[in-house]
Write a protein that binds this ligand. Structure first.
Ligand code: PLP
Length: 314
């Protein structure tokens, strides 16, 4: 975990970045995947999962270490860079449909048809525990943290981090942050049950996808352990990607900067030492270059208007 002088000045409180972009597979999801694959029975035939890219890469890496077959199901919203990274680890890739829901259904069919073991990207106790080790490390590095800002999609990360952090310090505040278009966990918490929301292309592509209608763990844990959920716009994500690059010199995915975006837009006002998780670096470098040079970004029907980087505070 490293301090961010820029974000500390902007929020007027010590502000830290937990750098999961430095993981071997480029994202924190390796933690949960390694924990789940390490716990498989010795006669396991292979594993299957659905993924927005980073979980698949973690599972592919962990399966390769055990010499197991891995099949990764993804939708056509997943950037090519992520698909290529998974193939390079020797896993089989299936591209299924226009959203994560189709990829999930495909993974479930392979469990039936080929006897593979499904590893959920977020709704699995071993995956949640693996991601939770991030919370342990953050609080051992900075025991006085008062507020954790956690990127939120299916909620495995937020569930694990909140569970670990609140076990150590019950008073710590944990906020989940996600993009405002297709925020499935937010909509589900407000509805009181898992619901399906439409999925859109986003700068934070790793935060896409639903939470699963049969969600057992990450939904109730996020509902009960998160103090709140905050939504940010594509424009706020765009600007925060520029801030992380120009001020902290870090190349990372749009999904990583939602916590910074929420602070910079005034949607979150830190009240003490705060940290966020830079969850991964597996960004499409062509799109990333467009963002940091201030070009317009086409996200399907939606265009994020480009703007060259300018400091938001004097
Ligand atoms: C998966 C992922 C998230 C969100 O994690 P969930 O457990 O699905 O909430 C955030 N950032 C990146 C880079 C991811 O790959």
């Amino acid at each position: 975990m490293v301090p961010s002088p820029f974000m500390s000045a902007a929020t007027q409180h010590p502000f830290f970045l937990k750098l999961e972009n430095t993981q071997a597979t480029g994202a924190f999801k390796l933690r949960g995947a390694l924990n789940a694959v390490a716990s498989l029975p010795s006669d396991a035939r292979g594993v299957v999962c659905c993924s927005t890219g980073n979980h698949g890469r973690g599972v592919a890496y962990a399966a390769a270490q055990r010499g197991l077959r891995a099949v990764i199901c993804m939708s056509n919203l997943v950037p090519q860079a992520k698909v290529d990274g998974i193939r390079a680890l020797g896993a089989e890739v299936r591209i299924e449909g226009v959203s994560q829901d189709y990829a999930l259904a495909a993974a479930q069919r392979l469990v039936q048809a080929e006897g593979l073991i499904d590893i959920s990207p977020f709704d699995d106790p071993l995956v949640i525990a693996g991601q939770g080790t991030i919370g342990l490390e953050m609080l051992s590095a900075q025991p006085d943290l008062q507020h954790l800002l956690v990127p939120l999609s299916g909620g495995g990360l937020a569930a694990g981090v909140a569970c670990a952090a609140k076990a150590i310090n019950p008073k710590i505040k944990v906020t989940g942050i996600t993009m405002d278009r297709g925020a499935a966990m937010d909509a589900s918490i407000r509805a009181g049950r898992p619901i399906i929301v439409p999925e859109f292309p986003s700068l934070a592509d790793s935060l896409g996808g639903g939470i699963g209608m049969e969600n057992q763990l990450s939904f109730p844990m996020c509902r009960d352990l998160l103090d709140d959920v905050i939504l940010v716009t594509e424009e706020e994500i765009y600007h925060a990607m520029q801030v992380l690059y120009y001020e902290d010199r870090i190349v990372a995915e749009g999904a990583c900067v939602v916590g910074m975006a929420a602070c910079l837009s005034g949607k979150i006002t830190p009240q003490g030492p705060t940290a966020t998780i830079i969850t991964g670096r597996n960004v499409d470098m062509y799109q990333f270059t467009q963002v940091i040079t201030g070009q317009d970004i086409e996200l399907g029907e939606y265009t994020v208007k480009g703007q060259p980087y300018a400091q938001p505070i004097a």
